[in-house]
Design a binder for this molecule. Structure first.
Ligand code: PFF
Length: 449
C-alpha cells in the first residue's frame, strides 16, 4: 500500500464541523426535504426522518469519519488500506459521487439562473402561477441556457477545489456556512410573520400518519443519507483531513444537528409561504422554482426576498458540490498519481459532460429513458435509493464487523484521551440495527414482503 505524504489537514474543531456541515447542508435540505416531506405526510415524515438520522445516519457518519481519519486517504485508498478486500466500497463512493454530481450540478445551475433573474427583476415581471410554471418548464427544457448555467457552476466549484483543501475548501466553508445560517434565520423569521403562516407550520409539524406507507421509510432513509452526505465516502474523504485531536463523535453530532435544523428551517420558510398563498403543499420538486417565486412576488420588497432566497440555495449547493468534487479529485490524485490540478480538471470535464446530458434529458434528450425514467430522474433515483443506502449498509458491516476494534477505539477516543461510554450501544447499532433496517427496507422495496 502506498503512503500519501504531506497531506493537508484542516484547522481547529470548528473547521471540521463547518467543512462537513458544508457538505451535508445543501439542496437536499432546502430543495428536496420540503417537497419530500410535503408528499409524505408532513410532520409524520419529519418524525420518521429524525429517527432515521439518529439510529442510522449518526452511527454511519461516525463510522465513515473513522475510516477516513484512520487511513488518511481518499475513499478508495481508505478502504483498501484498512482491508484490501473492501476497496469496492470506495469505488461505490466515487461512482456515486460522480452520478450525484450529474444531476446536482444541473439543479445548482437552476438556482444560479433564478438568482440572476431575481436580481435583474425578470422574475418579478411575471404574474400568474401558470406563467411561473411555464417559465420554469421552458427554462429547464431549453437546449442551452441550463447547460450554460450548469457549466458555470461546475467551474465555480473547480475554482474552489483548485485552491486546495485549506485555502479552497476550508476557507469557503468558514465564510459561506455562517452566511447561510444568517440568511436562513432571517427568511424563517420573515415567513413566520406572514398572515396564515400558522396553517403552514401546522401542516409541517402535525403528524399525518394516514400518508405513511412502507415506502415512506425508504424515502426517509434515502433522504437522510443524501442529506447527511453519507454512504458515499464524502465524509471518509473529509475526515482524512481532520486533525488527530478532532472529536469524531462531537463533530458528527454537530453536523447532524445543523443539517436537521436547516432542513426544518427550510420547511418553516417554505410551508407558511405556501399556505399563505393558498397553494397545495405537495407540488413536487417545482415547489422551490415555481411556487415560491410566485409567492415572493406578492410580498413587499419581492426582488430582495427572492434574490436572497436563491443566494441561499446557491451557497448551500456550492459547499456540497465542492465535497462531491473532492471525493473524485482526491481519488484521481492519490490513486492514479495525477497532479491535483490534472485530477481536478479531469473531474470537472467529466462531470460537466454528465451534467449536460442530464440537463438535456429534461428537454431534447427526453426520449432517452432508463427503466421509464429520464437520465436526470434516474441519476437521482439510483443514487438516493440504491447506492447511498448500499454504501451505508456495507460501511456499517465493515466498521461493525471487519475493522480491527483497536483502530475503531483509537479513532473514537483519540487514542484513549476521550471517554466513550456508549461504545457497546454504538457497536450494537452498527452491527445489527443499521444493517438489518437497511436490508429490510431494501427487500420491502423489491416487493419481497
Ligand atoms: N448532502 C447534500 C445535500 O443535502 O444537498 C448532497 C450531497 C453532498 C450528497 C455530498 C452526498 C454527498 F456526498
Amino acid at each position: 500500500m502506498h503512503h500519501v505524504e504531506s497531506r493537508a489537514t484542516l484547522g481547529g474543531k470548528l473547521s471540521a464541523v463547518l467543512v462537513a456541515a458544508g457538505s451535508s447542508v445543501g439542496l437536499g435540505n432546502i430543495w428536496r426535504f420540503p417537497y419530500v416531506a410535503g408528499d409524505n405526510g408532513g410532520g409524520a415524515f419529519l418524525l420518521i426522518y429524525i429517527l432515521c438520522v439518529l439510529l442510522l445516519g449518526l452511527p454511519v457518519m461516525v463510522a465513515e469519519f473513522t475510516v477516513g481519519r484512520a487511513s488518511k486517504r481518499n475513499a478508495v485508498g481508505a478502504y483498501r488500506a484498512l482491508n484490501p478486500r473492501w476497496s469496492a466500497l470506495g469505488y461505490n463512493s466515487v461512482i456515486a459521487a460522480f452520478l450525484i454530481l450529474g444531476f446536482y450540478f444541473v439543479v445548482s445551475g437552476w438556482t444560479a439562473e433564478y438568482m440572476v433573474h431575481s436580481v435583474t427583476g425578470s422574475l418579478a415581471k411575471l404574474s400568474s402561477p401558470e406563467e411561473y410554471g411555464s417559465v420554469f418548464q421552458n427554462f429547464i427544457s431549453n437546449p442551452w441556457r441550463p447547460v450554460l448555467y450548469t457549466a458555470l457552476f461546475v467551474l465555480l466549484t473547480h475554482f474552489v477545489i483548485a485552491l486546495g483543501v485549506q485555502k479552497g475548501i476550508e476557507r469557503s466553508s468558514k465564510l459561506l456556512m455562517p452566511l447561510l445560517f444568517v440568511i436562513l434565520i432571517a427568511l424563517a423569521i420573515h415567513a413566520m410573520t406572514m398572515p396564515g403562516s400558522g396553517e403552514g407550520l401546522k401542516f409541517f409539524f402535525k403528524p399525518d400518519f394516514s400518508k405513511v406507507t412502507a415506502s415512506t421509510f425508504l424515502v426517509a432513509l434515502g433522504q437522510a443519507f443524501f442529506s447527511l452526505s453519507i454512504g458515499l465516502g464524502t465524509m471518509v474523504t473529509y475526515a482524512s483531513y481532520f486533525k488527530p485531536d478532532t472529536n469524531l463523535r462531537h463533530t458528527a453530532l454537530n453536523v447532524t444537528i445543523l443539517d436537521t435544523m436547516v432542513a426544518i428551517l427550510a420547511g418553516v420558510v417554505i410551508f407558511p409561504a405556501v399556505f399563505s398563498a393558498g397553494i397545495e403543499p405537495s407540488s413536487g420538486p417545482s415547489l422551490v422554482f415555481i411556487t415560491l417565486p410566485g409567492i415572493f412576488n406578492t410580498m413587499p420588497l419581492s426582488m430582495v426576498w427572492s434574490a436572497v432566497f436563491f443566494l441561499l440555495l446557491v451557497i448551500a449547493a456550492l459547499t456540497s458540490t465542492i465535497s462531491l468534487h473532492e471525493v473524485i479529485t482526491a481519488y484521481l490524485h492519490e490513486e492514479w498519481h495525477m497532479s491535483r490540478r490534472a485530477a481536478a480538471w479531469a473531474t470537472t470535464v467529466a462531470t460537466m459532460a454528465l451534467g449536460a446530458v442530464a440537463s438535456l434529458s429534461l428537454g431534447v434528450l427526453g426520449g432517452w429513458k432508463i427503466c421509464g425514467l429520464n437520465i436526470f430522474d434516474s441519476l437521482d433515483y439510483v443514487t438516493a435509493n440504491i447506492l447511498l443506502p448500499v454504501g451505508g449498509f456495507f460501511t456499517s458491516i465493515f466498521v461493525g464487523w471487519r475493522l480491527d476494534k483497536r483502530i475503531l477505539k483509537e479513532q473514537i477516543t483519540n487514542n484513549g484521551t476521550l471517554k466513550f461510554r456508549i461504545y457497546k450501544l454504538y457497536i450494537f447499532l452498527l452491527r445489527y440495527v443499521c444493517p438489518i433496517i437497511l436490508l429490510l427496507i431494501f427487500l420491502d422495496n423489491l416487493g419481497v414482503f
